[in-house]
Design a protein around this ligand. Structure first.
Ligand code: KIV
Ligand code: ZN
Length: 515
């Protein structure tokens, strides 16, 4: 029988740690729902001690998701472990994931500790965590550059102290598949009590080998793989979940291993992560890139039409990307509409869903078919349950290559009043955001990142749409927003307002809590 590999997803912790990938609470809950639907075994929801925001989101996820273990990261220190436990204790199945570096370079320069001190701290802190929580994972940070004999000793010690999972990270993405597999074989052969724990691996992608190293380790006996959706993560990222799962699925006869993951949920999970972070995968990214299933060359198209297996080793349907995109129309029911929203990566409460369904019915009456883009546009500007402190009412831009751009923007405020301001700027987008800033008092807000994609809906016959993603920062914190419209300036204003509304809501909540 195929051996079942546990999938430990760290999109919300290691993934979120990467530059530009920070997510707000609502976005994290949306991603967590997508991961639960995917069927991962463990969700690492964050690093609870890091900040009050991190603690709050780990706790919210732990209380919200069902049928999956929820972990928080903690350094091997009592205060970290206490915070991690407080954050995950309400989960159906809580885990504390504690770590300490074991490589000579990390011990000497980062920890400034001797190997003996590291051994003692690791064992003591695992015992401390195990006293509080029945499920403790210990990671030997920078394991792939650690002395094997020292590693065996620590692993034996932490298992004796109660660790039920030991994680072997290739923290700096330095290892190569055969070598990494040998490390796992070495652990299996030299740690006497290794049968009492699950061996996990956690590979970074600095040399582009994150997935290959993880799979080689699994072949050598590791039973858990740590990975992230779309491969997001520190520097070059982590091993990509979708690539690991689809390798094991597509080449099942070779690997002889399986996972609990429902592969048909991969596409929605990937979209959720892109939406939540505002970070798009490269078009040629395996499994989830826009071109992953596109056959451009005539000879390939011909082959695929004759027999899909000529050039297609897996079907788009197997990751939840239907060949013939389902279109909705006026006869579509609420259930189909809700499913489509979920597939497109949106998550709303019942009341919001009801009001969007009403709007959808009106739109479907006007148009024969309602495309994915129309649905995105319908819900864009909505910040996923976050109250709209500012809403776009109208705007007018005057722009050209020989004049200074001017924009007049009118926003609706929370109390229903309307405020209009005019501003100039370097182009229509800059002028419009300057006008918005004048209304919202946004002098301290910095537009950190802005991307615009023109989506040409050839297959649906709809007008081309602009899809904007922005990241704003204020006092070192950042918030994302996205917006869709047939008018590109409008799509940016909408995206900006989503980010501003999220920021306003979160800061207001923190003030109310007295944080
Ligand atoms: O890369 C790494 O070593 C980590 C550990 C904290 C598990 O992320
Ligand atoms: Zn990592």
């Amino acid at each position: 029988m195929a051996r079942q590999i546990k999938i430990f997803d760290t999109t919300l912790r290691d993934g979120e740690q990467s530059p530009g990938c920070s997510m707000n609470l609502q976005a994290k809950l949306t991603v967590a729902d997508g991961l639960a639907a995917l069927g991962v075994d463990i969700i690492e929801a964050g690093f609870a001690i890091c900040s009050p925001g991190d603690f709050q989101s780990v706790q919210a996820i732990a209380r919200h998701v069902k049928g999956v273990t929820v972990a928080s990261l903690a350094r091997a220190m009592e205060k970290d472990i206490d915070a991690a436990w407080e954050a995950v204790r309400d989960a159906e199945s809580p885990r504390i994931h504690t770590f300490l570096a074991t490589s000579p370079i990390h011990m000497e320069y980062k920890l400034k500790k001797t190997p003996e001190q590291v051994f003692e701290q690791a064992v003591k802190m695992v015992a401390y965590a195990r006293n509080i929580c029945g499920d403790v994972e210990f990671s030997l940070e920078d394991a792939s550059r650690s002395d094997p004999a020292f590693m065996y000793r620590i692993i034996e010690g932490v298992i004796k102290a109660g660790a039920s999972t030991v994680n072997i990270p290739d923290t700096v993405g330095y290892s190569v598949p055969n070598e990494f597999a040998d490390i796992i074989r070495g652990i299996k052969a030299n740690v006497p009590n290794i049968d009492k724990a699950v061996i996990s691996v956690h590979c970074h992608n600095d040399l582009g080998l994150g997935v290959a190293n993880s799979l080689a380790a699994a072949m050598a006996g590791a039973d858990q793989i740590e990975c992230t959706v779309n491969g997001i993560g520190e520097r070059a990222g982590n091993a990509a979940l979708e690539e690991i799962v689809m390798n094991l699925h597509t080449r099942a006869e070779y690997y002889g291993m399986t996972t609990r993951v429902d592969t048909t949920q991969i596409y929605q999970a990937s979209k959720r992560v892109m939406k939540a972070t505002g970070v798009r995968s490269q078009p040629n990214k395996a499994i989830v890139g826009e071109n992953a299933f596109a056959h451009e060359a005539g000879i390939h198209q011909h082959g695929v039409l004759a027999n899909r297996a000529t050039y297609e080793i897996m079907t788009p349907e197997s990751i939840g990307l239907p060949h013939n995109k389902m279109v909705l129309g006026k006869h579509s029911g609420r259930h189909a509409f809700e499913e489509r929203l979920s597939y497109l990566g949106h998550r709303f409460d019942e009341a919001t869903l009801d009001s969007f369904f009403e709007e959808f019915k009106i739109l479907a009456d006007k148009k024969k078919t309602v495309s994915d883009r129309d649905i995105d546009a319908l819900v864009s500007g909505h910040s996923g349950g976050i109250p709209e402190a500012f809403k776009l009412d109208r705007f007018v831009v005057n722009s050209g290559n020989s004049i200074t751009s001017t924009s007049v923007v009118r926003l609706v405020l929370k109390d229903g009043s309307k405020v209009e301001k005019v501003a100039i700027g370097d182009g229509p987008v800059d002028a419009s955001l300057n006008a918005v800033d004048k209304i919202i008092g946004g002098a301290e807000i910095k537009l950190e990142d802005f991307s615009l994609q023109i989506v040409d809906a050839i297959d649906t016959g709809a007008d081309a749409q602009g899809e904007s993603h922005v990241r704003i920062t204020r006092e070192g914190r950042s918030w994302n927003g996205s917006g869709v419209s047939t008018d590109i300036v409008e799509s940016v204003i909408k995206a900006y307002l989503v980010a501003v509304n999220t920021m306003t809501f979160e800061l207001e909540q923190e003030r109310n809590r007295g944080a």
